[in-house]
Write a protein of this length. Structure first.
Length: 211
């Protein structure tokens, strides 16, 4: 569980991002800029630097590997932790490792991560090891870095979706920068409770999900 200090730090980062995004509330750039700020603030540093693979040896072919994770050993939703908000974490793992991943959760204790890559045998093995290393890092959640960043990212996504829905329902004129007091009031009142709830509950999900 995150410390109160870390929770407050993440809430401040979320508020900072939403302030940065205000100029884009009424235009199509909102979601693009949202992704930019999410990456800048909440992408995991460990997965940002793409490692250099070894020199290729032999013929190129399609290789497969299946990782089995005992999800009942963990107190959180393993599927959700690996996938991340809107798939951002698994996408980062794929970029980091060079593998395509598909996660399958079952009604039993087993969760399957199917990996596919097209490369020479030695590079394929290296990529599979990197994928396992990245997944292990995400599940280890050292100093709550992964869970706290995922929770904060989810808050930003939720707020931006609400803004996008309002734009689609009422048109971009609702976000007139000279007449947005009501929008800002809703932003403050509606999201403080939501943010606190997400901070408390995101890492404690217990349901199973299939993909």
């Amino acid at each position: 569980m995150c410390s109160r200090k870390k929770k407050q730090e993440k809430l401040k980062q979320v508020d900072h991002i939403m302030n940065k995004l205000k100029p884009y509330w009424g235009c199509n750039m909102l979601m693009i800029m949202m992704e930019y700020y999410i990456y800048e603030f909440f992408a995991l540093d460990f997965l940002k630097t793409i490692p250099e693979p070894p020199a290729s040896i032999g013929m190129v072919s399609t290789s497969h590997f299946q990782l089995v994770i005992k999800k009942c050993k963990y107190s959180f939703n393993v599927y959700s932790r690996i996938i991340g908000p809107s798939g951002s974490t698994i996408q980062a793992i794929q970029r980091f490792s060079g593998c395509q991943l598909k996660v399958k959760s079952t009604e039993t204790c087993d969760l399957y991560v199917n990996m596919v890559t097209v490369a020479c045998e030695n590079v394929a093995k290296w990529r599979f090891e990197k994928a396992k290393e990245a997944i292990s890092y995400v599940l280890q959640n050292k100093n709550d870095q992964v869970s706290s960043n995922q929770r904060a990212e989810q808050m930003v996504r939720n707020r931006c979706r609400e803004i996008q829905r309002a734009k689609n329902a009422y048109g971009p004129g609702i976000f007139n920068p000279n007449d947005n007091a009501m929008i800002e009031e809703n932003e403050e009142n509606g999201n403080e409770t939501q943010s606190a709830a997400i901070l408390e509950d995101f890492s404690n999900e217990t349901g199973n999900h299939d993909q």
